[in-house]
Design a protein. Structure first.
Length: 295
């Protein structure tokens, strides 16, 4: 059956390779918190938010993995100057195990690179899903936080990853189009999938006052038109010239400008997240992937 599906048989080797260094295989699977990071429109700094939140959480002692699910526009590896040899599509065609696809990011962060091949997740046959579930049973990756960098907008794949995640962060800027498109994304998630809880992160604002004002505009519209909706203000990231400079250097902002205003804001948001308990009391990386395959 494996050959018919174009999938190779699982090997018995437990060596874990991330493309550049060996990964330690933990003794036990941990509870993992899965957070999707999305936006209504592109160009709002969503991938930068994911990278720097990951670095901030890593510095707080959290074991972090990034799943780059921004199909066709894999930005995480570009932002960090990485050149991964494999991506998740190689898991789907059976040429790699999950552990072989992972690459090392800043600190102890691990990254699963994206590919347009991720689109196959919505087109898998039942046999292929069972094969992946079988692979997942041997996945030994110990993670506290899984950050999912989804695409922008309301495509099926964006919704797909957001439904599978435990928590959803929506990045918005003061631009009217960003607010309008963020509302459209929240509305679709609410009307199609019954999701009622979202964390709002305002990016590229002048100060906390503007950040809260942007959130208030979005919250008023959601309260008026979407009965039972819960929007929570996660925090704000200031406009900071250090951000585009870090992008040009292909480094995380916190690594090259740790004292920058935006770096301090990322650390504050990470501390807030680190103090919270997961919204779901149990779960693992395997749990997330199996949930994703069932969506």
């Amino acid at each position: 059956m494996d050959q018919a599906l174009g999938l190779r048989k699982r090997t018995s080797s437990r060596d874990q390779w991330d493309g550049s260094r060996r990964l330690e295989a933990p003794n036990a699977r941990s509870v993992v918190r899965t957070l999707s990071v999305s936006s209504g429109k592109g160009g709002v700094g969503k991938s930068n938010v994911v990278v720097n939140l990951a670095v901030a959480l890593d510095r707080l002692g959290k074991r972090v993995m990034i799943l780059d699910a921004d199909l066709g526009l894999a930005n995480v590896d570009v932002l960090l100057g990485l050149t991964p040899a494999h991506n998740i599509s190689h898991v789907l065609d059976g040429s790699c195990r999950f552990e072989e696809v992972l690459v090392a990011g800043p600190g102890k962060i691990r990254i699963m690179p994206a590919s347009s091949g991720v689109q196959k997740l919505t087109q898998l046959t039942q046999e292929q899903k069972l094969f992946l579930v079988d692979l997942l049973d041997d996945l030994e990756t110990d993670v506290d936080v899984l950050l999912i960098d989804t695409g922008a907008g309301i495509s099926d794949m964006v919704l797909y990853f957001n439904v599978a995640a435990q928590e959803r962060i929506v990045v918005v800027t003061p631009e009217p189009t960003s607010l309008t498109d963020a509302y459209a994304f929240i509305k679709v998630m609410f009307t199609r999938h019954g999701e009622r809880s979202f964390r709002i992160l305002t990016n590229g604002v002048a100060d906390e006052k503007e950040g809260r004002a942007v959130f208030a505009k979005l919250s008023r519209v959601a309260d008026h038109f979407l009965d039972g909706m819960s929007l929570d203000y996660l925090g704000w990231i200031p406009r900071d010239p250090s951000i585009p400079e870090a992008v040009r250097r292909q480094k995380a902002l916190l690594d090259v400008f740790p004292g920058a205003p935006a770096s301090r804001a990322f650390m504050e948001i990470a501390r807030r997240l680190a103090r919270e308990a997961p919204s779901t009391p149990k779960g693992s990386i395997q749990f997330f992937w199996k949930r994703l395959l069932q969506v």
